[in-house]
Design a protein around this ligand. Structure first.
Ligand SMILES: [Fe+2]
Length: 339
């Protein structure tokens, strides 16, 4: 079906009970169309299929006024942005520890550490709350071929979260310039670092990366672009989602010898640039634009190419390998087999 108000085609997956918008941009999430999910007793939409993504899940779900979600745990990494409303989550790692309570409201971003027990509550008796969850579930389901591995797994990632007293107030810089933090209060108020022109990021681009929940695959960053600024043309090796926190602008997408398209966006929209396609983002109007960017970085992580936000340079391994094959073989004495 097509929703004339949003200009985005959607389909409904009866088995998974998901409303699935298609295309590249989902419009105005705070008022986005939702469909009932009887098995979760909630209304939701899943942006899993935007840009044909297969490794990054993005789910918008509602908690009714004064309501709560089912408590559960899962191995997948997740971060949740609060689109509207206020409430709290109860989390714990250890089965025998008391829950830790974390309050949140619209504009906050909270990490759900891998396989920690968690349950969400809406504290507003009159209004629903909308949570936008970014997760790597679909990749894990694919890699391990088992729902139980993700949802009924007793392994504890206590190196990521061990019910520490200061876990939900922690804020510390990491060696590579990120901030280690597990709840960001008011994403719009975060101070970002302006990147110099020679960084090659574009014009008037500020950035801050975050390490949340001990996550390895899910990369979180905030990017702001000044009025009449831009993020330069690039293509990358990650599926990603950009939630527009403020401002408005346009995105150019193109392929060499293929189709090109310009898409307009404004605060409240969700953009998922397709994997491996050239993308460029430009601001319009009088204000800067700020994005919350969440990416599934598993390919760069696995290949050891770092957290590059813009281009992924694949390692060129061949020259070294050929060198090694020209080197003389080690003697038995050199590898310690003989005295
Ligand atoms: Fe969850």
């Amino acid at each position: 079906m097509t929703s004339p108000t949003q200009g985005t085609a959607t389909r409904y997956d009866k088995e998974r009970e998901w409303l699935l918008p298609q295309g590249v941009v989902a419009r105005q999430l705070a008022t986005h169309e939702l469909a009932p999910r009887p098995k979760r007793k909630a209304r939701a939409a899943a942006f899993d299929e935007l840009s044909g993504n297969t490794t990054l899940g993005v789910h918008l779900s509602e908690i009714a006024p004064g309501g709560q979600k089912h408590g559960h745990r899962h191995v997948d990494e997740a971060v949740i942005y609060i689109v509207t409303g206020r409430g709290w989550s109860e989390l714990r790692q250890d089965d025998d520890k008391p829950d830790q309570r974390v309050e949140w409201q619209a504009g906050d971003l909270i990490a759900i550490p891998a396989n920690a027990w968690h349950k969400h509550y809406n504290s507003d008796p009159d209004n629903p709350t909308l949570q936008l969850a970014f997760k790597n579930t679909r990749l894990l389901r694919k890699l391990f071929g088992s729902r139980g591995f993700v949802y009924a797994n007793d392994f504890r990632f206590d190196d990521r979260y061990a019910d520490e007293d200061d876990y939900w107030t922690l804020r510390e810089p990491t060696e590579d310039g990120a901030i280690r933090i597990n709840v960001i209060r008011d994403c719009l108020a975060e101070k970002l670092t302006e990147l110099p022109e020679e960084s090659g990021a574009g014009r008037g681009v500020s950035l801050q990366r975050y390490e949340m929940g001990g996550h390895l695959m899910l990369d979180v960053a905030m990017i702001e672009v000044v009025r009449r600024g831009y993020i330069r043309a690039h293509k990358q090796l990650t599926e990603e989602a950009l939630y527009v926190l403020s401002g408005r602008g346009r995105t150019h997408l193109w392929q060499e010898g293929g189709p090109a398209r310009t898409l307009k966006w404004r605060a409240g929209d969700l953009i998922c640039p397709p994997l491996g396609v050239w993308q460029e983002h430009l601001t319009e109007g009088h204000d800067p634009a700020r994005f919350l960017v969440v990416r599934n970085n598993f390919l760069q992580l696995a290949l050891g190419t770092g957290h590059g936000l813009f281009d992924t340079v694949l390692p060129n391994r061949l020259p070294d390998l050929l060198e090694h094959n020209q080197a003389p073989a080690l003697s038995a004495a050199q590898i310690g087999l003989e005295p």
